[in-house]
Write a protein that binds this ligand. Structure first.
Ligand code: AHM
Ligand code: MG
Length: 342
């Protein structure tokens, strides 16, 4: 049986774009290479003395052993930074943008190099999330116009899950496609072509331990999803891994609603616009789903800083719409409406 590799697939997609120079294919190739290196490292975490690579240790080559999240950040930064395809890299692990002065390319690369890294030592799936924009400003300088673009201006986004198998999922705005790493061949093969998220799911996914810190509309929404009402498919099941890539990947395949709302501890929400919400929003919309802050479409947002956080409701179209409707209705009930009618 003939199998399509990730490289072949990316090349075919770029071919469909007249005027393409191959620079994008080259960037995607480098992301794939970095992903393979991290996959190998994640799969061998805990082997030997370097249990989960505590920073400060020296390995047999005499090099300092990095923690896996730091290792992932360095691996991506080095490989992508030297690829000649990007002029700036932003990362969840770095305060400031890294500006590439030496042989810069026309793309901006943004990443959460190892999302869910607090789960490494318990063998839970973790992953890399990335997003690509084109440099917008004229001239050689990288400006805020380039680094703080509207989510809808992404030209590609994807994630790599390091789990029971390593899966690479990406979109360039022509559907969502998933590839599974064949460890024997070291090659990603197309395993999930044209992914479509179910229109409605039967699970919700959130850190319910934050209940006491939620506002009334959020409590009402979750209470509603848990209510026993079989005619409307409720109660929903609860599934929460605590590793966004893994929770998102399940939601994409099976449908449902993932939420990380604002709470009193994180008044703006916990997840970041550039590294988590925007790339996953691009993917979910390409798969037929939705992503919202609860009241606004994520891809319509232009961030004001590279580490901006926001509430996230993402998943099946009907489930996200239900969340938006319920949240708006309770705000009304608890706000001016209650005041008027009470
Ligand atoms: P990280 O990027 O520092 O790993 O944090 C983001 C992670 C997500 O993977 C996950 O969805 C969320 O934080 C879990 O948070 P909590 O432990 O508050 O439920
Ligand atoms: Mg993260």
């Amino acid at each position: 049986m003939e199998r399509t590799t990730l490289v072949q697939h990316i090349r075919q997609q770029e071919k469909a774009n007249p005027g393409a120079t191959g620079e994008f294919t080259s960037l995607m190739n480098e992301i794939m290479v970095a992903g393979k290196i991290i996959s190998l490292e994640v799969n061998s975490a805990g082997i030997g003395e370097d249990v989960f690579g505590l920073t400060g240790k020296i390995n047999v080559q005499g090099e300092e052993v990095k923690k896996l999240d730091e290792f992932s950040d360095l691996t991506f930064t080095k490989i992508i930074g030297q690829s000649g395809t990007v002029c700036a890299i932003t990362s969840e692990e770095r305060e400031e943008a890294l500006i590439i002065e030496d042989n810069p390319g026309k793309y901006i690369f943004m990443m959460d190099p190892l999302d869910g890294s607090s789960n490494i030592d318990v063998n839970v799936s973790i992953g890399t999330i990335f997003s690509i924009y084109r440099k917008k400003s004229l001239g050689n300088k990288v400006t805020d116009e380039d680094l703080l673009q509207k989510g809808g201006e992404q030209i590609a986004a994807g994630y790599i899950v390091y789990g029971s198998s390593t899966i690479f999922v990406y979109t360039t705005g022509q559907g969502v496609h998933g590839f599974t790493l064949d460890p024997a061949l070291g090659e990603f093969f197309l395993s999930h072509p044209d992914l479509v998220i179910p229109e409605q799911g039967s699970t919700y996914s959130t850190n319910e331990g934050n209940w006491g810190n939620w506002d009334e509309p959020q409590k009402d929404l979750v209470a509603y999803l848990k209510e026993d009402a079989p005619a409307t498919g409720r109660p929903y099941k609860l599934r929460y891994i605590g590793s966004l890539v893994a929770d998102f990947h399940r939601t994409l395949l099976k449908g449902g609603l993932f939420m990380y709302p604002k709470d009193t501890k994180s008044p703006n929400g916990k997840l970041r616009f550039s590294f988590e919400a925007a790339p996953l929003a691009f993917i979910v919309e390409q798969a037929g789903g939705k992503a919202s802050t609860g009241s606004q479409r994520i891809l319509d947002i232009t961030p004001s800083g590279i580490h901006d956080r926001l509430p996230l409701f993402i998943g099946s179209k009907k489930d996200v719409e239900l969340a938006e409707e319920r949240l708006a209705a309770t705000v009304k009930k608890g706000g001016w409406f209650k005041w008027l009618s009470g």
